[in-house]
Design a protein around this ligand. Structure first.
Ligand code: CP3
Length: 369
């Protein structure tokens, strides 16, 4: 087996210790808890509309979903930011909403507006969903994208697989679209708790199967995106953010002990403290509302953190970008850190600002005061 993927088929144990050798890729070393002299770097939505080469490949595919399900073109757009910028990690090109589609829901994207789905509102619409093992036919092209990438990525680049967290995915399945306050999901949660719990459980189970297949195809890290975690509080945060993330993480670690997991409970605020301990994730991704000095003290104590430059700096650039990048690197330099944005880069970003960010992180860029 001469594959350069996650090494599941190739892990050599050291006869003296019976343990796998330590990782060599920078991202995997940070995820294993190593403090790196220069933090490794990648960027959420690094393959996206701010890049002309992405727009060209998307046009070739026809539309966004056709691009997600075309393994060759999805692999191509995943590789584009690696070629252009030399990031330390590539993230599989797909979307968190492919899972509801694989469970049998309708999904489409309205240009300029975002996703639309059929909705889960009652027992009957829930009963029509597929089971946790019924997803793989639809998602087979995604697994093929991972296989292509694990062959084609440079040897030093880590391949990140991902899924949406159950709560975030459920908000889209219940409302049929993105919502500013996740109102319909909150309403179902209080009006029909049993159905809501059943939906979260189905999503948790199918996410475990989805991420397992990505790992078997060559993903070296699993990232769980909980973009709307911040709208849950108190016991709801425990039940619908922490508990599903813990169940997914435990199941993956049982099946694939060497694969690190990153959690992203976006806008969780002070609930970021203790999140890694409560869920077992190896790394916590910080959104840009988190003060990195606070995060060093309260989150990084438990392991690696990722983040957290505001994506708006990729639009505005200049001295403010350099200053904030340096401040984040300095604040988190005492422990394991992966540099990233606090949320995805936006279509209006200037690709040159990404170079400025990378230069600042990697060489302590001196071109600005
Ligand atoms: O980070 C990456 O580059 C990997 C690919 C990726 C995409 N979406 C591609 C995408 C990942 C990890 C996601 C995650 C995702 N998708 C989340 C969680 C992270 C977050 O942003 O909060 C969510 C909530 C979605 C659902 C989704 N997909 C929405 C709400 C939208 C529309 C908004 C928008 O930016 O247009 C998408 C579309 C989408 N997903 C695009 C990309 C590159 C833009 C589609 C296009 O090319 O037109």
């Amino acid at each position: 087996m001469a594959r350069t993927g996650n090494g599941i088929m190739t892990i050599q144990t050291r006869p003296e210790t019976g343990q796998a050798p330590p990782p060599t890729k920078t991202i995997l070393r940070a995820l294993a808890g190593e403090t790196r002299p220069v933090p490794p770097i990648w960027m959420m939505r690094q393959a996206g509309r701010y890049l002309p080469e992405y727009r060209a490949t998307r046009a070739q595919a026809g539309d966004f979903l056709s691009l997600c399900y075309n393994s060759d073109l999805a692999a191509e757009v995943t590789l584009q930011p690696i070629r252009r910028y030399g990031f330390d990690a590539a993230i599989l090109f797909a979307d968190i909403l492919l899972l509801p589609q694989a469970l049998g829901m309708d999904l489409w994207f309205v240009t300029g507006e975002g996703p639309r789905l059929s909705t889960i509102t009652d027992k009957a619409s829930f009963a029509a969903l597929g089971g946790k093992d019924d997803i793989h036919d639809t998602l087979a092209p995604v697994y093929e994208t991972v296989r292509i990438l694990s062959r084609e990525l440079p040897g030093e680049t880590t391949l990140i697989g991902f899924a949406g967290a159950p709560w975030t995915v459920a908000t889209y399945m219940i409302a049929g679209r993105g919502t500013p306050d996740q109102g319909p999901a909150h309403a179902l949660k209080s009006e029909n708790r049993e159905l809501f719990r059943a939906l979260i459980d189905r999503l948790t189970d199918s996410t475990i199967e989805y991420l397992s297949r990505q790992i078997e195809a060559g993903a070296e890290v699993a990232k769980i995106f909980d973009s709307w975690a911040g709208s849950l509080t108190g016991a709801d945060f425990q039940d619908f953010v922490v508990a599903p993330c813990r169940r997914i993480t435990r199941a993956l670690k049982q099946r694939y002990p060497g694969i690190p997991v990153t959690g992203f409970p976006r806008e969780a605020g002070e609930k970021y403290a203790g999140f890694a301990r409560q869920t077992g994730v190896d790394c916590v991704a910080l959104d840009n509302s988190v003060d990195p000095v606070w995060a060093a003290k309260h989150v990084q104590v438990d392991g690696c953190v990722q983040g957290n430059l505001a994506a708006s700096h990729m639009v505005t650039g200049g001295a403010a970008l350099v200053k904030q990048t340096r401040a984040i690197v300095a604040a988190l330099s005492g422990g394991p850190h992966i540099f990233n944005l606090g949320h995805g880069i936006t279509p209006d970003a200037d690709p040159d600002n990404v170079h400025l960010m990378i230069d600042t992180v990697r060489s302590g860029f001196r071109g600005w005061p």
